[in-house]
Design a protein around this ligand. Structure first.
Ligand code: NCD
Length: 319
């Protein structure tokens, strides 16, 4: 007798916080099948979301995430509408909820949204029948980024449990960190947050008690299996918390000299966009330990898995 299939219990992906370790593993396992589809030499398309209408609503800038979702949707054969926030009625004063209710009246099946307001997705989820996917809400969560990071780490190391991971930089303003903290702690990784005291919010260990904090990058590097570098989010006011970019780089940049302190096979990750010469130098970003472009590659099958599981909770086989 075959074991009963895992039933994915969520209609929306609002963040990593509400997911169980089993939910996360189900997404990562489902993504494996879709990675095979993406790596096919010729036709990389499956009919899994045929005749489903997906609306991409991006109210904040995005290159990677937006393109990655759109490619994932196309590979699942979905119908796609890209909603342009600049030319929408939002610029005429319509509220988000009115925009959403009007969209709802057109009966989309899935909505992928990036929005500056933390919790905007939860609001939409309360008012809409469509499945909602969070593609980033302010400095709150960016769940698909954490899932593709986890997919990349699991592929590289075969596991997440017990893996030692340093996350370095602008912890204060990063939604990538928040989603990664939920995910990595739920799956048993050992996380150290590294940065100047001004960029690590007080009380972070009240939410994630197992997480260590360090203000000394060089002392932290030798123990780590992976190092995830973050951009300083100057558009969210990080400039007020550091003396200058040069001073920041002097203590927290990952460069060739600091790579010598790391395990030889350490994995280097970065969610992008990279500020070359600030948090990371080109020789490290483009060097042999870097998994940065693999992260981007994995974004597509991971997002395919999320979209597919929200519409098909049984997680059927890849057609
Ligand atoms: C991140 C984001 O937008 O939160 N980028 C991304 O989605 N790949 C991180 C960042 O902007 O620094």
């Amino acid at each position: 007798m075959t074991a009963p299939r895992y039933l994915f219990p969520h209609r929306h992906l609002l963040g990593i916080q509400p997911l169980s370790p089993q939910d996360i593993t189900a997404i990562l396992d489902q993504a494996r099948g879709f990675e095979e589809v993406c790596e096919r030499p010729e036709i990389k398309i499956v009919p899994a979301l045929r005749k489903r209408l997906v609306v991409n609503l991006f109210f904040e800038n995005s290159t990677r995430t937006r393109n990655s979702f759109e490619i994932a949707e196309k590979r699942l054969s979905a119908e796609i509408i890209n909603f342009d926030a600049d030319t929408s009625s939002l610029s005429k004063g319509e509220t988000l909820i009115d925009t959403a209710l009007n969209l709802e009246s057109m009966r989309p099946d899935l909505i992928v949204m990036r929005h500056a307001a933390p919790g905007a997705h939860a609001l939409l989820a309360r008012h809409m029948r469509a499945n909602i996917v969070n593609a980033g809400d302010g400095a709150h969560e960016h769940p698909t980024q954490a899932l593709l990071d986890a997919y990349t780490l699991r592929k590289r190391f075969g596991r997440l449990e017990g893996l030692r991971i340093a996350i370095v930089g602008d912890i204060r303003n990063s939604r990538v960190v928040r989603s990664n903290l939920w995910l990595l702690t739920k799956l048993g990784a050992e996380v150290t947050l590294v940065g100047p005291p001004t960029l690590i919010p007080e009380g972070i260990q009240e939410t994630w008690p197992s997480v260590a904090i360090s203000h000394d990058l060089e002392a932290t590097l030798p123990d780590q299996d992976a190092v995830m570098m973050l951009r300083c989010q100057f558009e969210r006011g990080t400039g007020a918390f550091i003396p200058s970019q040069g001073e920041y780089a002097r203590f927290f940049q990952l460069n060739a000299a600091r790579m010598k302190l790391c395990k030889p096979d350490v994995a280097v990750l970065h969610p992008g966009p990279i500020n070359r010469g600030v948090e990371i130098t080109s020789e490290v970003a483009d060097g042999p330990n870097s998994l940065i472009l693999q992260q981007v590659t994995h974004g597509v099958p991971v997002r395919m898995a999320v979209l597919f599981l929200l519409c098909n909770p049984h997680g059927e086989q890849v057609p």
